[in-house]
Design a protein around this ligand. Structure first.
Ligand SMILES: [Mg+2]
Length: 269
């Protein structure tokens, strides 16, 4: 295998000892895109996806029975533009926008859908008090109560109760004479946790590969699922079980993994 330096005692060492076919049936891959799979470019729009990477990812996805996900800050549309010949499982916008495995499609922004469900319910509670003003900002809803400050506690309690049904996606922010229902901050850990609950990821051992601060939530979530974390580039990351020096090394490592699975499958036949 190409240069993957593992920390002593890492769960990745245990994975390394598995027979290829056993590893193939046990592993789930979570892969950041920019700086991990592909080299950074002057602008996010000018990155290039090598054809060989597309083939390796598609092959690995088949070998892992679908347990491969791209996890990125990019939008889903942007990911599909980059990887135009195949629709992968994607945690886009740090998990705010997800496309799950084939039988569990979730193609809309999670928080937009939640806000749309909640909006009519918020509107029905407004007449309960005088002087409330609803400001719909599209991606958040503000309820101003400056005209009637005495309602603060009761209003807050009611809004908390409403929001509880959408707590995965929305949160309540308190301002001066205003409550705001806004999208929860998602991170890449939310993507790992969400996908590890469903087939074909469920019951597998996740490996998260990333290069950036925003990947660390995904790396931590992967470790929390008895998996491991690989950092591309920065060797000082204490969360990482292993390191790859560059996106080119990640691509080479994934290619070797795929070849190893292929040989393992052939050997078993
Ligand atoms: Mg990155």
């Amino acid at each position: 295998m190409p240069p993957l330096e593992l920390q002593p005692g890492s769960p990745a060492m245990r994975l390394n000892r598995l027979e290829p076919d056993e590893l193939r049936r046990r592993l789930a891959l979570f892969l950041d895109i920019d700086g991990t799979l592909i080299d950074l470019a002057a602008t996010p729009q000018s990155v290039v996806v090598p054809d060989t990477l597309m083939i390796v990812l598609r092959t690995l996805e088949l070998q892992l029975d679908g347990a491969l996900a791209l996890v990125t800050g990019r939008s889903l549309t942007d990911v599909d533009r980059l990887f135009s010949t195949h629709r992968f499982v994607v945690g886009a916008q740090h998990g705010g926008e997800m496309r799950g495995p084939a039988r569990q499609p979730r193609q809309e922004l999670i928080f937009v859908a939640a806000l749309n469900r909640l909006r009519p319910r918020v509107e029905t509670i407004l007449p309960s008090w005088k002087g409330l003003l609803l400001e719909d900002k599209g991606r958040s809803i503000a309820i101003h109560y400056r005209q009637n400050p005495g309602v603060a506690y009761e209003l807050k309690t009611t809004l908390h109760r409403l929001i509880a049904t959408e707590a995965d996606a929305l949160e309540l922010l308190e301002g001066k004479f205003v409550f705001e229902i806004k999208p929860k901050n998602f991170d890449k850990g939310d993507v790992v946790r969400a996908l590890m609950m469903v087939a074909p990821f469920k019951e597998r051992v996740p490996i998260f590969i990333g290069d950036d601060e925003t990947d660390r939530a995904g790396m931590a979530a992967s470790r929390a699922h008895s998996g491991c974390a690989i950092r591309v580039g920065d060797k000082r990351d204490l969360l990482a079980d292993g390191f790859l020096p560059s996106p080119a090394a990640t691509r080479a490592w994934l290619r070797e993994l795929s070849i190893r699975f292929d040989r393992g499958v052939t050997a078993a036949q």
